[in-house]
Design a binder for this molecule. Sequence first.
Ligand SMILES: Cc1cc2nc3c(=O)[nH]c(=O)nc-3n(C[C@H](O)[C@H](O)[C@H](O)COP(=O)(O)O)c2cc1C
Length: 480
Amino acid sequence: MATITVRNLDEQTKQAIRERAARNGHSMEEEARLLLGAGALADNPERVLTSIVNMAEPEATVENYAPGSQHYFPARGKTVLLIICGGIAAYKSLDLIRRLKERDVEVNVVMTRAAGEFITPLSAGALSHSKVFTDLFDRQDEHDIGHIRLAREADLIVVAPATANMIAKISHGFADDLASAILLASKNQILLAPAMNPAMWNNPATRRNVEALLKDGVQFIGPETGEMAERSEAGRGRMTEPMDIVGEIGRLLDDRPKPLAGLSVVLTAGPTHEPIDPVRYIANRSSGKQGYAIADALAAAGAEVNLVSGPVELARPAGINFFQVESARQMHQAVKNCLPVDIAVMVAAVADWRVANSADEKIKKKPGSTGPVPLKLTENPDILKFIGHHEQRPKLVIGFAAETRDVIKNAKAKLKRKGADWILANDVSPETGIMGGDSNTIKLLSSSGVDEWPNLAKDQVARRLVDKIIAYFDSEIISV
Ligand SMILES: Cc1cc2nc3c(=O)[nH]c(=O)nc-3n(C[C@H](O)[C@H](O)[C@H](O)COP(=O)(O)O)c2cc1C
Protein backbone atom coordinates (compact mmCIF):
# COMPACT_ATOMS: atom_id res chain seq x y z
CA MET A 1 0.00 0.00 0.00
CA ALA A 2 1.43 3.38 -1.03
CA THR A 3 1.14 6.46 1.15
CA ILE A 4 -0.15 9.92 0.31
CA THR A 5 1.23 13.12 1.77
CA VAL A 6 -1.65 15.56 1.85
CA ARG A 7 0.89 18.40 1.91
CA ASN A 8 1.99 17.36 -1.60
CA LEU A 9 -1.48 17.88 -3.06
CA ASP A 10 -2.34 21.21 -4.63
CA GLU A 11 -4.79 23.50 -2.81
CA GLN A 12 -7.58 22.84 -5.28
CA THR A 13 -7.37 19.07 -4.85
CA LYS A 14 -7.24 19.39 -1.07
CA GLN A 15 -10.30 21.64 -1.10
CA ALA A 16 -12.19 19.26 -3.42
CA ILE A 17 -11.44 16.29 -1.14
CA ARG A 18 -12.43 18.34 1.92
CA GLU A 19 -15.77 19.24 0.33
CA ARG A 20 -16.45 15.65 -0.79
CA ALA A 21 -15.52 14.31 2.65
CA ALA A 22 -17.90 16.78 4.34
CA ARG A 23 -20.66 15.85 1.92
CA ASN A 24 -20.22 12.13 2.44
CA GLY A 25 -19.62 12.28 6.21
CA HIS A 26 -16.05 10.92 5.94
CA SER A 27 -12.70 12.09 7.24
CA MET A 28 -10.39 13.46 4.55
CA GLU A 29 -8.24 10.38 4.85
CA GLU A 30 -11.19 8.01 4.39
CA GLU A 31 -12.46 10.00 1.40
CA ALA A 32 -9.00 9.97 -0.23
CA ARG A 33 -8.70 6.23 0.33
CA LEU A 34 -12.16 5.60 -1.15
CA LEU A 35 -11.50 7.81 -4.13
CA LEU A 36 -8.19 6.23 -4.83
CA GLY A 37 -9.36 2.63 -4.60
CA ALA A 38 -7.00 0.48 -6.64
CA GLY A 39 -5.06 3.63 -7.58
CA ALA A 40 -3.38 3.49 -4.15
CA LEU A 41 -1.06 0.89 -5.60
CA ALA A 42 0.07 3.24 -8.37
CA ASP A 43 3.57 4.73 -8.55
CA ASN A 44 2.43 8.25 -7.85
CA PRO A 45 -0.80 8.09 -5.81
CA GLU A 46 -0.88 11.88 -5.30
CA ARG A 47 -1.03 12.42 -9.04
CA VAL A 48 -3.67 9.72 -9.47
CA LEU A 49 -5.77 11.26 -6.70
CA THR A 50 -5.47 14.76 -8.18
CA SER A 51 -6.67 13.57 -11.56
CA ILE A 52 -9.52 11.55 -10.05
CA VAL A 53 -10.78 14.53 -8.04
CA ASN A 54 -10.44 17.05 -10.82
CA MET A 55 -11.42 15.05 -13.87
CA ALA A 56 -13.95 12.39 -13.03
CA GLU A 57 -16.35 12.82 -10.13
CA PRO A 58 -18.98 10.24 -11.07
CA GLU A 59 -20.23 9.76 -7.53
CA ALA A 60 -20.37 13.42 -6.65
CA THR A 61 -22.08 14.27 -9.94
CA VAL A 62 -24.58 11.46 -9.69
CA GLU A 63 -25.36 12.24 -6.04
CA ASN A 64 -26.30 15.77 -6.81
CA TYR A 65 -28.59 15.63 -9.77
CA ALA A 66 -31.97 17.31 -9.49
CA PRO A 67 -35.21 15.44 -8.84
CA GLY A 68 -36.26 14.94 -12.47
CA SER A 69 -32.87 13.88 -13.79
CA GLN A 70 -32.30 10.46 -15.28
CA HIS A 71 -28.65 10.34 -14.12
CA TYR A 72 -29.53 10.30 -10.48
CA PHE A 73 -33.05 10.07 -9.21
CA PRO A 74 -33.77 10.48 -5.50
CA ALA A 75 -36.61 7.94 -5.68
CA ARG A 76 -34.39 5.23 -7.20
CA GLY A 77 -35.08 1.87 -5.56
CA LYS A 78 -38.27 3.14 -3.89
CA THR A 79 -41.77 1.83 -4.59
CA VAL A 80 -44.51 3.91 -6.13
CA LEU A 81 -48.07 2.64 -6.28
CA LEU A 82 -49.67 4.21 -9.34
CA ILE A 83 -53.46 4.33 -9.42
CA ILE A 84 -54.82 5.02 -12.90
CA CYS A 85 -58.40 6.30 -13.08
CA GLY A 86 -60.82 6.48 -16.01
CA GLY A 87 -60.03 9.66 -17.92
CA ILE A 88 -58.69 10.51 -21.35
CA ALA A 89 -55.27 11.30 -19.81
CA ALA A 90 -54.87 7.63 -18.75
CA TYR A 91 -52.69 7.07 -21.84
CA LYS A 92 -50.16 9.56 -20.42
CA SER A 93 -49.79 7.36 -17.35
CA LEU A 94 -48.24 4.68 -19.54
CA ASP A 95 -45.46 7.15 -20.27
CA LEU A 96 -45.26 7.96 -16.55
CA ILE A 97 -44.67 4.25 -15.79
CA ARG A 98 -41.93 4.16 -18.44
CA ARG A 99 -40.18 7.26 -17.10
CA LEU A 100 -40.24 5.90 -13.55
CA LYS A 101 -38.94 2.48 -14.61
CA GLU A 102 -36.10 4.18 -16.53
CA ARG A 103 -35.14 5.69 -13.19
CA ASP A 104 -35.17 2.32 -11.37
CA VAL A 105 -38.34 3.00 -9.44
CA GLU A 106 -40.45 -0.04 -8.54
CA VAL A 107 -43.93 0.66 -9.94
CA ASN A 108 -47.04 -1.26 -8.86
CA VAL A 109 -50.12 -0.38 -10.88
CA VAL A 110 -53.77 -0.37 -9.89
CA MET A 111 -56.39 0.45 -12.53
CA THR A 112 -60.01 1.37 -11.85
CA ARG A 113 -62.70 -0.35 -13.89
CA ALA A 114 -63.23 2.89 -15.84
CA ALA A 115 -59.47 3.15 -16.55
CA GLY A 116 -59.82 -0.18 -18.37
CA GLU A 117 -62.07 1.61 -20.89
CA PHE A 118 -59.13 3.81 -21.92
CA ILE A 119 -56.00 1.61 -21.60
CA THR A 120 -55.43 -2.08 -21.00
CA PRO A 121 -53.87 -3.80 -17.96
CA LEU A 122 -51.72 -5.61 -20.52
CA SER A 123 -49.89 -2.45 -21.63
CA ALA A 124 -49.56 -1.10 -18.06
CA GLY A 125 -48.22 -4.52 -16.94
CA ALA A 126 -45.77 -4.78 -19.84
CA LEU A 127 -44.33 -1.37 -18.97
CA SER A 128 -44.25 -1.86 -15.19
CA HIS A 129 -42.97 -5.48 -15.52
CA SER A 130 -45.51 -6.63 -12.96
CA LYS A 131 -49.09 -7.71 -12.47
CA VAL A 132 -51.65 -4.93 -12.65
CA PHE A 133 -54.28 -4.97 -9.91
CA THR A 134 -57.86 -4.16 -10.79
CA ASP A 135 -60.23 -6.04 -8.51
CA LEU A 136 -60.94 -5.61 -4.78
CA PHE A 137 -62.46 -9.09 -4.58
CA ASP A 138 -59.67 -10.93 -6.39
CA ARG A 139 -59.41 -14.31 -4.59
CA GLN A 140 -55.73 -14.72 -5.38
CA ASP A 141 -54.64 -11.30 -4.15
CA GLU A 142 -57.03 -10.86 -1.29
CA HIS A 143 -56.19 -14.07 0.65
CA ASP A 144 -53.64 -11.85 2.51
CA ILE A 145 -55.75 -8.66 2.29
CA GLY A 146 -53.84 -7.49 -0.76
CA HIS A 147 -55.24 -3.96 -0.79
CA ILE A 148 -53.79 -3.26 2.67
CA ARG A 149 -50.45 -4.77 1.61
CA LEU A 150 -50.33 -2.65 -1.56
CA ALA A 151 -51.10 0.46 0.50
CA ARG A 152 -48.36 -0.30 3.05
CA GLU A 153 -45.61 -1.44 0.68
CA ALA A 154 -45.54 1.82 -1.29
CA ASP A 155 -43.30 4.73 -0.38
CA LEU A 156 -45.72 6.98 -2.25
CA ILE A 157 -49.16 6.54 -3.81
CA VAL A 158 -49.69 8.50 -7.02
CA VAL A 159 -53.14 8.85 -8.57
CA ALA A 160 -52.77 9.89 -12.23
CA PRO A 161 -55.08 10.79 -13.74
CA ALA A 162 -57.19 11.54 -10.68
CA THR A 163 -60.78 11.82 -11.90
CA ALA A 164 -63.42 14.10 -10.39
CA ASN A 165 -65.16 10.91 -9.30
CA MET A 166 -62.10 9.54 -7.45
CA ILE A 167 -61.39 12.91 -5.81
CA ALA A 168 -65.03 12.96 -4.58
CA LYS A 169 -64.79 9.38 -3.31
CA ILE A 170 -61.58 9.77 -1.35
CA SER A 171 -62.52 13.13 0.13
CA HIS A 172 -65.56 11.40 1.61
CA GLY A 173 -63.81 8.19 2.65
CA PHE A 174 -65.50 5.78 0.23
CA ALA A 175 -63.88 2.40 -0.29
CA ASP A 176 -66.08 0.63 -2.83
CA ASP A 177 -63.36 -0.48 -5.25
CA LEU A 178 -59.70 -1.50 -5.03
CA ALA A 179 -58.29 2.00 -5.72
CA SER A 180 -60.42 3.83 -3.14
CA ALA A 181 -59.98 1.03 -0.57
CA ILE A 182 -56.18 1.33 -0.92
CA LEU A 183 -56.33 5.11 -0.59
CA LEU A 184 -58.46 4.85 2.55
CA ALA A 185 -56.20 2.19 4.05
CA SER A 186 -53.00 4.12 3.31
CA LYS A 187 -50.91 5.91 5.90
CA ASN A 188 -48.45 7.03 3.20
CA GLN A 189 -48.07 10.22 1.27
CA ILE A 190 -50.59 10.56 -1.55
CA LEU A 191 -50.00 12.62 -4.69
CA LEU A 192 -52.96 13.38 -6.96
CA ALA A 193 -52.58 14.54 -10.58
CA PRO A 194 -56.13 15.60 -11.49
CA ALA A 195 -57.34 15.65 -15.08
CA MET A 196 -60.84 16.63 -16.09
CA ASN A 197 -62.95 19.03 -18.05
CA PRO A 198 -62.57 22.63 -16.72
CA ALA A 199 -66.27 22.72 -15.83
CA MET A 200 -65.79 19.63 -13.63
CA TRP A 201 -62.67 21.14 -12.01
CA ASN A 202 -64.45 24.45 -11.34
CA ASN A 203 -67.63 22.83 -10.07
CA PRO A 204 -68.25 23.86 -6.43
CA ALA A 205 -68.45 20.18 -5.44
CA THR A 206 -64.96 19.47 -6.82
CA ARG A 207 -63.64 22.68 -5.24
CA ARG A 208 -64.98 21.55 -1.82
CA ASN A 209 -63.50 18.05 -2.27
CA VAL A 210 -60.07 19.38 -3.26
CA GLU A 211 -60.11 21.82 -0.34
CA ALA A 212 -60.92 18.98 2.09
CA LEU A 213 -58.14 16.76 0.71
CA LEU A 214 -55.59 19.60 0.91
CA LYS A 215 -56.54 20.04 4.57
CA ASP A 216 -55.99 16.29 5.08
CA GLY A 217 -52.41 16.67 3.78
CA VAL A 218 -52.97 15.11 0.35
CA GLN A 219 -50.55 16.57 -2.24
CA PHE A 220 -51.65 17.85 -5.64
CA ILE A 221 -49.80 18.49 -8.86
CA GLY A 222 -51.77 20.40 -11.49
CA PRO A 223 -54.09 20.41 -13.26
CA GLU A 224 -52.61 22.68 -15.93
CA THR A 225 -54.31 25.25 -18.09
CA GLY A 226 -54.54 24.52 -21.81
CA GLU A 227 -56.52 22.86 -24.54
CA MET A 228 -58.70 19.90 -23.67
CA ALA A 229 -59.07 16.67 -25.61
CA GLU A 230 -62.66 17.76 -26.33
CA ARG A 231 -62.86 19.86 -29.46
CA SER A 232 -62.68 23.65 -28.90
CA GLU A 233 -62.55 23.35 -25.10
CA ALA A 234 -59.83 25.08 -23.10
CA GLY A 235 -59.21 26.01 -19.49
CA ARG A 236 -57.78 24.47 -16.33
CA GLY A 237 -58.04 20.70 -16.27
CA ARG A 238 -55.18 19.12 -18.25
CA MET A 239 -53.11 16.53 -16.42
CA THR A 240 -49.56 17.70 -15.65
CA GLU A 241 -47.03 16.25 -18.10
CA PRO A 242 -45.50 12.91 -17.00
CA MET A 243 -41.97 14.34 -16.68
CA ASP A 244 -43.20 17.00 -14.29
CA ILE A 245 -44.98 14.35 -12.24
CA VAL A 246 -41.70 12.40 -12.21
CA GLY A 247 -39.95 15.54 -10.89
CA GLU A 248 -42.53 15.92 -8.14
CA ILE A 249 -42.22 12.24 -7.17
CA GLY A 250 -38.44 12.73 -6.94
CA ARG A 251 -38.93 15.80 -4.79
CA LEU A 252 -41.39 14.09 -2.43
CA LEU A 253 -39.15 11.04 -1.99
CA ASP A 254 -35.86 12.94 -1.82
CA ASP A 255 -34.41 12.44 1.66
CA ARG A 256 -30.93 13.85 0.97
CA PRO A 257 -29.71 16.84 2.99
CA LYS A 258 -30.87 20.19 1.62
CA PRO A 259 -28.23 22.79 2.50
CA LEU A 260 -29.91 25.52 0.43
CA ALA A 261 -33.46 24.89 1.65
CA GLY A 262 -35.28 28.14 2.29
CA LEU A 263 -33.19 30.12 -0.22
CA SER A 264 -34.56 31.32 -3.55
CA VAL A 265 -32.66 31.84 -6.78
CA VAL A 266 -33.24 33.59 -10.07
CA LEU A 267 -31.13 32.07 -12.80
CA THR A 268 -30.89 32.96 -16.49
CA ALA A 269 -29.69 30.56 -19.19
CA GLY A 270 -29.27 30.23 -22.93
CA PRO A 271 -29.03 32.85 -25.65
CA THR A 272 -31.49 35.59 -26.49
CA HIS A 273 -33.04 36.03 -29.93
CA GLU A 274 -33.32 39.61 -31.13
CA PRO A 275 -35.81 39.93 -34.01
CA ILE A 276 -34.87 41.53 -37.32
CA ASP A 277 -38.32 40.83 -38.71
CA PRO A 278 -40.95 38.15 -37.88
CA VAL A 279 -38.83 35.34 -39.40
CA ARG A 280 -35.22 36.42 -38.78
CA TYR A 281 -33.28 37.13 -35.63
CA ILE A 282 -29.80 37.80 -34.24
CA ALA A 283 -28.59 35.12 -31.80
CA ASN A 284 -25.41 33.63 -30.34
CA ARG A 285 -23.97 30.15 -29.85
CA SER A 286 -25.00 29.67 -26.21
CA SER A 287 -26.54 26.20 -25.71
CA GLY A 288 -27.98 26.80 -22.22
CA LYS A 289 -26.26 23.60 -20.96
CA GLN A 290 -24.24 25.36 -18.25
CA GLY A 291 -27.21 27.31 -16.90
CA TYR A 292 -29.48 24.25 -16.91
CA ALA A 293 -26.82 22.18 -15.09
CA ILE A 294 -26.58 24.90 -12.42
CA ALA A 295 -30.38 25.02 -12.12
CA ASP A 296 -30.37 21.23 -11.61
CA ALA A 297 -27.63 21.36 -8.96
CA LEU A 298 -29.23 24.26 -7.07
CA ALA A 299 -32.60 22.48 -7.01
CA ALA A 300 -30.89 19.31 -5.78
CA ALA A 301 -29.39 21.32 -2.91
CA GLY A 302 -32.90 22.42 -1.93
CA ALA A 303 -33.02 25.97 -3.34
CA GLU A 304 -36.23 27.27 -4.88
CA VAL A 305 -35.07 27.87 -8.45
CA ASN A 306 -36.65 30.30 -10.91
CA LEU A 307 -35.11 29.56 -14.30
CA VAL A 308 -35.54 32.25 -16.96
CA SER A 309 -34.49 30.58 -20.18
CA GLY A 310 -33.85 31.85 -23.67
CA PRO A 311 -34.60 29.51 -26.62
CA VAL A 312 -32.58 26.26 -26.22
CA GLU A 313 -32.83 22.65 -27.36
CA LEU A 314 -32.83 21.22 -23.85
CA ALA A 315 -35.55 19.40 -21.93
CA ARG A 316 -37.21 21.65 -19.39
CA PRO A 317 -35.78 20.65 -15.97
CA ALA A 318 -38.27 19.23 -13.49
CA GLY A 319 -38.97 20.55 -10.02
CA ILE A 320 -38.24 24.22 -10.68
CA ASN A 321 -40.20 27.34 -11.73
CA PHE A 322 -39.64 27.82 -15.43
CA PHE A 323 -40.04 30.99 -17.50
CA GLN A 324 -39.54 30.81 -21.26
CA VAL A 325 -38.41 34.03 -22.96
CA GLU A 326 -36.90 35.00 -26.32
CA SER A 327 -35.45 38.50 -26.28
CA ALA A 328 -33.22 40.34 -23.80
CA ARG A 329 -36.06 42.68 -22.93
CA GLN A 330 -38.36 39.75 -22.09
CA MET A 331 -35.57 38.18 -20.00
CA HIS A 332 -35.07 41.46 -18.15
CA GLN A 333 -38.79 41.66 -17.35
CA ALA A 334 -38.97 38.01 -16.22
CA VAL A 335 -35.95 38.48 -13.91
CA LYS A 336 -37.55 41.62 -12.48
CA ASN A 337 -40.76 39.66 -11.79
CA CYS A 338 -38.80 37.06 -9.79
CA LEU A 339 -37.43 39.60 -7.27
CA PRO A 340 -36.90 39.51 -4.33
CA VAL A 341 -34.65 36.43 -4.20
CA ASP A 342 -31.57 35.46 -2.14
CA ILE A 343 -29.30 34.52 -5.02
CA ALA A 344 -28.98 35.63 -8.66
CA VAL A 345 -26.99 33.53 -11.13
CA MET A 346 -26.86 35.22 -14.52
CA VAL A 347 -25.56 32.61 -16.95
CA ALA A 348 -27.47 33.61 -20.10
CA ALA A 349 -25.54 35.04 -23.02
CA VAL A 350 -27.75 38.11 -23.36
CA ALA A 351 -27.40 39.98 -26.64
CA ASP A 352 -25.81 43.37 -25.99
CA TRP A 353 -27.74 44.94 -28.84
CA ARG A 354 -31.08 44.52 -30.55
CA VAL A 355 -32.29 45.76 -33.89
CA ALA A 356 -33.78 49.22 -33.43
CA ASN A 357 -35.52 49.19 -36.81
CA SER A 358 -36.92 45.63 -36.65
CA ALA A 359 -39.77 45.17 -39.12
CA ASP A 360 -43.31 43.91 -38.47
CA GLU A 361 -43.41 42.26 -41.92
CA LYS A 362 -40.78 40.02 -43.52
CA ILE A 363 -38.16 42.23 -45.18
CA LYS A 364 -38.14 41.49 -48.92
CA LYS A 365 -35.32 41.80 -51.43
CA LYS A 366 -36.20 44.63 -53.77
CA PRO A 367 -35.52 43.96 -57.46
CA GLY A 368 -32.70 46.19 -58.66
CA SER A 369 -31.75 47.43 -55.17
CA THR A 370 -28.05 47.95 -54.59
CA GLY A 371 -27.47 46.23 -51.25
CA PRO A 372 -28.93 44.77 -48.06
CA VAL A 373 -31.22 46.75 -45.77
CA PRO A 374 -29.03 48.50 -43.15
CA LEU A 375 -29.69 47.28 -39.59
CA LYS A 376 -29.60 49.90 -36.88
CA LEU A 377 -28.66 48.47 -33.49
CA THR A 378 -29.56 49.82 -30.09
CA GLU A 379 -28.36 48.71 -26.65
CA ASN A 380 -30.28 46.10 -24.67
CA PRO A 381 -30.86 46.36 -20.91
CA ASP A 382 -27.88 45.08 -18.89
CA ILE A 383 -29.59 42.49 -16.69
CA LEU A 384 -26.58 41.68 -14.48
CA LYS A 385 -25.90 45.37 -13.82
CA PHE A 386 -29.59 45.93 -13.16
CA ILE A 387 -29.71 43.22 -10.52
CA GLY A 388 -26.29 44.10 -9.03
CA HIS A 389 -27.48 47.64 -8.26
CA HIS A 390 -31.14 46.95 -7.53
CA GLU A 391 -32.68 48.15 -4.26
CA GLN A 392 -33.79 44.54 -3.69
CA ARG A 393 -30.31 43.25 -4.60
CA PRO A 394 -29.99 39.52 -3.80
CA LYS A 395 -27.45 38.65 -1.07
CA LEU A 396 -25.26 36.91 -3.63
CA VAL A 397 -25.02 38.09 -7.25
CA ILE A 398 -23.11 35.87 -9.66
CA GLY A 399 -22.45 36.62 -13.31
CA PHE A 400 -20.82 34.75 -16.15
CA ALA A 401 -18.43 36.40 -18.59
CA ALA A 402 -17.68 34.72 -21.90
CA GLU A 403 -14.49 36.31 -23.18
CA THR A 404 -12.35 35.67 -26.24
CA ARG A 405 -9.28 37.53 -24.93
CA ASP A 406 -7.89 39.24 -21.80
CA VAL A 407 -10.24 36.99 -19.85
CA ILE A 408 -9.17 38.03 -16.33
CA LYS A 409 -8.75 41.72 -17.12
CA ASN A 410 -12.20 41.95 -18.74
CA ALA A 411 -13.88 39.90 -16.02
CA LYS A 412 -12.31 42.05 -13.26
CA ALA A 413 -13.71 45.17 -14.91
CA LYS A 414 -17.09 43.46 -15.23
CA LEU A 415 -17.13 42.47 -11.54
CA LYS A 416 -16.89 46.12 -10.47
CA ARG A 417 -19.02 47.67 -13.17
CA LYS A 418 -21.91 45.24 -12.72
CA GLY A 419 -22.00 45.18 -8.93
CA ALA A 420 -21.56 41.39 -8.88
CA ASP A 421 -20.02 39.39 -6.00
CA TRP A 422 -18.52 36.71 -8.24
CA ILE A 423 -17.83 36.54 -11.95
CA LEU A 424 -17.21 33.16 -13.55
CA ALA A 425 -15.11 33.96 -16.58
CA ASN A 426 -14.74 31.41 -19.32
CA ASP A 427 -12.52 31.62 -22.33
CA VAL A 428 -14.63 31.12 -25.45
CA SER A 429 -11.93 31.91 -28.00
CA PRO A 430 -11.89 29.55 -31.02
CA GLU A 431 -8.74 27.79 -29.65
CA THR A 432 -10.62 26.77 -26.48
CA GLY A 433 -13.82 25.62 -28.12
CA ILE A 434 -16.15 28.67 -28.42
CA MET A 435 -19.60 28.16 -26.81
CA GLY A 436 -21.98 25.24 -26.78
CA GLY A 437 -19.51 22.47 -25.77
CA ASP A 438 -19.83 20.12 -22.83
CA SER A 439 -17.09 21.54 -20.62
CA ASN A 440 -15.82 24.87 -19.34
CA THR A 441 -12.55 26.22 -17.97
CA ILE A 442 -13.60 28.71 -15.33
CA LYS A 443 -11.78 31.49 -13.57
CA LEU A 444 -13.83 32.62 -10.60
CA LEU A 445 -13.20 36.25 -9.70
CA SER A 446 -14.31 37.79 -6.43
CA SER A 447 -13.08 40.55 -4.15
CA SER A 448 -10.69 37.98 -2.64
CA GLY A 449 -8.92 37.16 -5.92
CA VAL A 450 -8.98 34.69 -8.80
CA ASP A 451 -9.71 30.99 -8.37
CA GLU A 452 -8.69 29.01 -11.47
CA TRP A 453 -10.61 25.79 -12.07
CA PRO A 454 -9.42 23.01 -14.36
CA ASN A 455 -11.38 22.12 -17.48
CA LEU A 456 -14.52 20.45 -16.10
CA ALA A 457 -17.72 18.99 -17.51
CA LYS A 458 -20.56 21.50 -17.19
CA ASP A 459 -22.32 19.50 -14.48
CA GLN A 460 -19.07 19.42 -12.49
CA VAL A 461 -18.76 23.20 -12.87
CA ALA A 462 -22.33 23.42 -11.57
CA ARG A 463 -21.52 21.21 -8.56
CA ARG A 464 -18.45 23.19 -7.70
CA LEU A 465 -20.31 26.49 -7.94
CA VAL A 466 -23.15 25.17 -5.77
CA ASP A 467 -20.62 23.95 -3.17
CA LYS A 468 -19.20 27.49 -3.09
CA ILE A 469 -22.67 28.94 -2.68
CA ILE A 470 -23.37 26.52 0.18
CA ALA A 471 -20.08 27.50 1.85
CA TYR A 472 -20.93 31.21 1.36
CA PHE A 473 -24.30 30.85 3.10
CA ASP A 474 -22.79 28.60 5.82
CA SER A 475 -20.32 31.35 6.70
CA GLU A 476 -23.15 33.88 6.52
CA ILE A 477 -25.06 31.89 9.11
CA ILE A 478 -22.03 31.57 11.42
CA SER A 479 -21.26 35.28 11.34
CA VAL A 480 -24.84 36.27 12.22
C1 LIG B 1 -64.66 9.58 -23.07
C2 LIG B 1 -64.68 9.89 -21.62
C3 LIG B 1 -63.70 10.68 -21.07
C4 LIG B 1 -63.69 10.99 -19.71
N1 LIG B 1 -62.68 11.77 -19.21
C5 LIG B 1 -62.71 12.10 -17.91
C6 LIG B 1 -61.69 12.93 -17.38
O1 LIG B 1 -60.76 13.35 -18.08
N2 LIG B 1 -61.75 13.25 -16.07
C7 LIG B 1 -62.75 12.79 -15.25
O2 LIG B 1 -62.75 13.14 -14.07
N3 LIG B 1 -63.70 11.98 -15.74
C8 LIG B 1 -63.71 11.63 -17.03
N4 LIG B 1 -64.71 10.81 -17.52
C9 LIG B 1 -65.71 10.28 -16.61
C10 LIG B 1 -65.17 9.11 -15.82
O3 LIG B 1 -64.71 8.09 -16.67
C11 LIG B 1 -66.25 8.58 -14.88
O4 LIG B 1 -66.57 9.56 -13.92
C12 LIG B 1 -65.82 7.31 -14.18
O5 LIG B 1 -66.86 6.90 -13.31
C13 LIG B 1 -64.55 7.49 -13.38
O6 LIG B 1 -64.27 6.31 -12.69
P1 LIG B 1 -62.97 6.17 -11.77
O7 LIG B 1 -62.85 7.41 -10.97
O8 LIG B 1 -63.29 5.01 -10.90
O9 LIG B 1 -61.84 5.88 -12.64
C14 LIG B 1 -64.70 10.47 -18.87
C15 LIG B 1 -65.69 9.65 -19.42
C16 LIG B 1 -65.67 9.37 -20.77
C17 LIG B 1 -66.75 8.48 -21.33
